[in-house]
Design a protein around this ligand. Structure first.
Ligand code: AVI
Length: 333
């Protein structure tokens, strides 16, 4: 078994498109096979989940602090400004299921208004989330809480201990964008099945905006996002025993307007051969490894995606200066 360290931004564990979770016990054979597949493909890829080893998680926390990286603070501002309305739309006494709960801070900020009947913190890292819950229980002793160690990006089997009544899935952080749209639809459809006829979803989705803003957010002046992206090669070297020479690669992050997504790549600065046990690959100068997509939806498309997945958007809160949506969506019977 390999301990694939994947942790979160200061609050939620980002999760999506195989992206992010916390500390997953993943079989080394499975991890290696996935990496070999991606690295051997004509267009080489490394799944974004490999961005989140211990250092990658810290770098992601740093990204959330950057002036250029607007999503974290924009979403936090929306939750702060509209807390009362959001709580009203969700209603009190729900079964609040926090997907990628991390340190549970985002959900906990809503507890006084939401007053959930049960709080279920789901994270790929049971240890991390259990520690957070132990602290939360002291602050909110009247709320029934449980931690679930689950990689919900691939399946959502909730145990019987999770109440069936009025399930409210909480999925902030715009991590939905790290799925391709078809993957996002499958994921949301699983949530719809998991929440039952009286369930709902509270989700943060990043919206399309000016290319210059997006380019800067994913290629910041300090080079933190570059370090975050390049660090994936260190992680892969550790996991595979490969010999990626980090200084021989550069970070590329840009908004692909036609595809409606930000793309992150690693570009070879010079022609080189990368070796790993039993194989290797030649990269030409300028050849890229695709490491992440971050889809930016138009608001109408985000609502459409929810509808196609069995949800009806009942309320949408946005920021007056920076397109980002927090959406409350009710399960369609
Ligand atoms: C976790 N996820 C929502 C982030 C994003 O914006 O797509 C990951 C990230 N990649 C580069 N910067 C941040």
């Amino acid at each position: 078994m390999i301990n694939l360290m994947l942790t979160s931004c200061t609050t939620e564990t980002p999760s999506g498109a195989g992206a992010p979770g916390s500390s997953a016990q993943v079989s080394s054979a499975h991890v290696a096979a996935e990496l070999y597949d991606g690295l051997g493909a004509r267009q080489a890829t490394i799944s974004p989940k490999f961005l989140y080893d211990a250092l990658g998680s810290k770098l992601f926390e740093a990204i959330c602090e950057l002036p250029e990286y607007y999503p974290t603070r924009t979403e936090a501002g929306i939750f702060e400004r509209h807390a009362g309305e959001i709580a009203h739309a969700c209603g009190v006494g729900t079964t609040l299921i926090d997907l990628g709960a991390g340190n549970c801070a985002k959900a906990a900020a809503l507890f006084p208004l939401l007053r959930p009947a049960q709080y279920v913190a789901v994270d790929i890292s049971t240890d991390f989330v259990s520690e957070a819950l132990a602290r939360l229980r002291l602050r909110f002793p009247h709320i029934e809480m449980q931690a679930l160690g689950l990689d919900f990006s691939s399946g959502l089997a909730l145990p019987d201990s999770v109440r069936r009544e009025r399930r409210l899935f909480f999925y902030p952080g715009s991590s939905l964008g790290n799925f391709t749209p078809p993957e996002a639809r499958s994921f949301l459809t699983r949530l719809r099945k998991g929440c039952g006829p009286d369930g709902a979803l509270l989700i943060g989705i990043d919206l399309a905006k000016d290319k210059a803003v997006l380019d800067a957010a994913y290629d910041d002046a300090l080079g933190v996002t570059a370090a975050f992206n390049l660090n994936v090669l260190r992680h892969v070297n550790r996991l595979l025993g490969s010999d990626f020479d980090i200084p021989a690669w550069r970070h590329v992050g840009f908004y692909n307007e036609a595809a409606g997504r930000v793309e992150m790549h690693l570009e070879a600065k010079r022609a080189q051969r990368v070796r790993w046990p039993g194989g290797g690959r030649d990269f030409a100068a300028g050849e890229r490894i695709h490491t992440e997509n971050s889809y930016k939806y138009r608001q109408a498309d985000a609502i459409g995606l929810l509808e196609q997945s069995g949800f009806e958007a009942t309320r949408v809160w946005t920021d007056p200066h920076c397109p980002f949506a927090v959406i409350h969506a009710q399960a369609i019977a």
